[in-house]
Write a protein that binds this ligand. Sequence first.
Ligand code: NAD
Length: 476
Amino acid sequence: MSSNKSKYSFYESVELYFEKAASSTKIDRSLLDQIKGCNSIYAMNFPVKIGKKIEVIEAYRVQHSHHKLPCKGGIRFSSKVNQDEVMALASLMTYKCALVDVPFGGAKGGVKISPSKYNVNQLERITRRYTSELIKKNFIGPGLDVPAPDYGTGAREMSWILDTYQVFQSDSNMVDAYGCVTGKPVGQGGIRGRTEATGLGVFYGTREACSIPEDMKALGLTTGIEGKRVVIQGFGNVGYWSAKFFMEAGAIIVGVAEWDGAVHNPKGIDVDALKKHQKKTGSIKSFPKAKNISNRKSALELDCDILVPAALEQQIHGGNAPNIKAKIIAEGANGPTTPEADAILIKKGVMVLPDMYLNAGGVTVSYFEWLKNLSHVRFGRMDKRFQESNNNELIKMVEKITDRTLSLKERKKLKLSGPNEADLVYSGLEETMVNAYHDIRTVWKKNKKTEDLRAAAFNVAISKVAQSYETLGIFP
Ligand code: NAD
């Protein structure tokens, strides 16, 4: 019988997907074992004074793979954090980086706290103490291991991490210290476009999948995003930004679910208005232009074309997968689908755009931020004006030859001014997501053993990691 509880832990489910894909490669078993296992696991307990008491905080940093350095992966603040979860998330990071050609090994951090139970000063103390633990054990540094935001953390926490790291550095190490963490505020070495990067990547990846007539026909859908009905689970960073980009491209956001409730409107929900309402009231419930859904979990089963799980892992399981009506599941969250649900969805012919590909926008733009930090120059600074004057000269010539002056509207469309940092980040991310999708799809269509996009994505990622060991000559 189908049940809500998977028989696999999160880490076991990643291992299962790995093995399924590994069997469709010709990679030697010993190398597969090296790729699969977590290279370093640091489990820690540290004391922090909270009010008048001392609390002992449980936390982790797992470096899944050292095949490329630095390691890279977000830090999660959640009461559900445990070693199995952090190992699973670190493993997914390795495969994700390989898929989008980001030259990092995978890592992940987790602090077992519920952030809403602490005030800002207490959160700062916990974050700084966690960072000190990482520094002490050499688990952080621009060339070693570079954290980023994840569930429950954002730019504020990243700025505390940077500041703590800088305090401990000698003068000679300071020059590259900004590269020790990404997702920072722009004023502290962050990059424009990082906040929305994961949601933007979810949008670019889904749009690419929806642009292929043959695949859409098989799902009974038309091509394009316009008019597609979308349901979002989790209205935080990834959920909100994905919803916003879908809405701006003409999709209809028919449902949004949060931990405490869900709202539904078949005619569409304005996600900016919903965000305002959430900020004002502390909840998405009772939004005037939508109906409350009494059972928030049933939001996943709403009638729609695209379902975007963007909250936590194991939300789509054996119990609800048979009732899911979406034709496309766009995995914004990490590990939202259990292996039991995956098997049901494959059988039903649902297209699952796997997490390790679809939410790679965050790490891709983090990579751009790290490059910016190490090169000490903002993207676009050197060539923006040069390109602008070149473009203007070209237009002047065209106008002269054609004896026609371009209208202001036409000039705007041509983007004559050179690209700024955000333009370059958006276009770099778009290029990355589009290319990676076709790498995965090619394997999906050509290799009969890869029956779905997840198996194909693992196949591509494992093969790329394996290649990086080739030159070492250790493995056959
Ligand atoms: P976030 O904390 O900004 O938002 C998560 C939201 O989900 C919160 O608003 C929370 O209230 C809500 N939520 C929690 N439990 C829920 C439930 N049962 N039903 C509905 N909503 C629920 O976190 P985020 O950064 O958006 O991360 C979300 C997911 O995306 C995580 O799996 C994370 O690992 C993954 N991810 C995040 C990034 C990133 O750049 N932030 C990158 C890649 C992957």
